[in-house]
Each structure stands twice: as C-alpha cells, then as structure tokens.
Design a protein around this ligand. Structure first.
Ligand code: ZN
Length: 233
C-alpha cells in the first residue's frame, strides 16, 4: 500500500510538472514576444505615416482652396464682371501666380505620396504578419487547453486512487508516510527490503536489525535504521 501511495505521489508530481512545462507554454510566449515586436514596429511606422498623411491632407486642402479661387477669378474675368483692361491684366497675373503655387503644392503632394508608399506597404506587411501570429496563438492556446485537460483527467484518476489507498492504509500509516515524505522526499520515503538491503538508501542492514524487523507483526511499519525509510517487507 505504501509503495502504491509512493508511486501515485510520484505520478502526481510528474503530472504537475508536465502541466506546468507543457511545450505550448514556451511556444505561446515566443509568439507573444513576436507580436510585441511587430506592434512596436507598427507604432513607429504609424508615427511617420501620420505626419506624412497630415502633410498631404493639408496640401490637398490648400490646392482645393486655390482651385476655387482660380475658378472664381476666371469666371469674373470671362463673365464680363471686369471691364477695365488694367483690372483684367491684374487678375490675369493673380491667376497665374495662384497657378504657380498650385503646381508647387501638387509636386509636393506627389513627393509625399512617394514617401508614404513604402511605409504603407510595410504597414500592410506587418498587419498580415500580425494576423498570421494571431491565428498561430489561437491554435496554440487551443492545443494547450486540450493538453491541460488530458493531464487533469489523469490527475483526477490518480487522486481518486490515492484517496482509496489512504482509506485502506489507515490514518496512522498515512501520517507516518507523510512525515517521511516531507522529511525525505517522494522517492526515498518508502523502501523495499531487498535481501538485507534497504531499497531507498541501498545500504545493508545488520543481521540483528533484520531479525528485529522480521519479527514485527506484518501490519506494523518498520523503518530503515540507516535512512529512516519505511521498509516494505
Ligand atoms: Zn535505508
């Protein structure tokens, strides 16, 4: 019974260890790390893009204003509202000056669009990588949940079996076992008597001690005189 308890405790410890060190944990934190890096890259790109796009919007608004002005002046010029040739010449040169400003702005807008393009491509690339990463993460989390559930089933089975053995062993023996286990650890709390050696510490036990141990009633636990392990006869 004690050997069974010991085996189950070892098994439970292994299951807890497996639960905590499932390979999915490492993979998930790797994917999360990659995701953080991508987010940082994206933040930097978005700062650049924001400035460039705002410049483009400002210039486009200015161009729109200039176009309205030109349209208004042109219709005044050819609509017959201006009769004096002097005024007409002045307005003509104003329209030309506005047009020059418009051409400069339009060149700048083209330049800005050329600057925006590689950033926008990079943004799209990072977004695509993030989507792939997100799917990977989702998949890994599902795998982790499945693996954890499998371990939990095994843990429950081992715990149930352990409770049954404890009940059969009785409180005194269990208390003795628990005390030894705390003191010596799962693997050496119980030892099988192999010939005249202790199965926990592998030391030989003197003939006198062996004789004393063998005379004990079978339900009375005995301890190894060398390491204190509970000896199974
Ligand atoms: Zn021993």
């Amino acid at each position: 019974m004690l050997v069974e308890l010991q085996e189950l405790d070892t098994r439970l410890a292994q299951l807890s260890h497996r639960f905590a060190t499932l390979p999915e944990h490492k993979k998930i934190s790797e994917v999360r790390g990659e995701e953080e890096k991508l987010e940082e890259q994206l933040d930097e790109i978005m700062i650049e893009l924001k400035v460039l796009r705002q410049s483009q919007i400002d210039r486009e608004a200015e161009v729109q204003g200039l176009e309205d002005k030109i349209a208004k002046s042109t219709s005044a010029l050819y609509g017959g509202a201006i009769t004096s040739p002097k005024d007409a010449t002045a307005m003509q040169s104003e329209i030309e000056s506005i047009s020059r400003r418009q051409a400069i702005l339009e060149d700048q807008i083209i330049e800005l669009m050329e600057q925006i393009e590689p950033f926008a491509l990079e943004e799209a690339e990072i977004e695509a990588q993030r989507r792939v990463g997100g799917e990977k993460l989702h998949h890994l989390e599902e795998q982790l949940a499945v693996a954890q559930a499998e371990i939990e089933v095994e843990q429950l089975a081992a715990s149930t079996e352990r409770a049954q053995i404890e009940e059969r062993a009785g409180n005194d023996l269990v208390a003795l076992y628990e005390r030894n286990r705390t003191r010596m650890g799962d693997h050496t709390a119980v030892g099988r008597l192999v010939g005249t050696s202790c199965g926990a510490c592998f030391l030989g036990i003197s003939a006198v001690e062996i004789d004393r141990i063998r005379r004990l009633p079978s339900n009375e636990p005995s301890e190894c005189p060398e390491c204190g392990a509970l000896l199974i006869r």
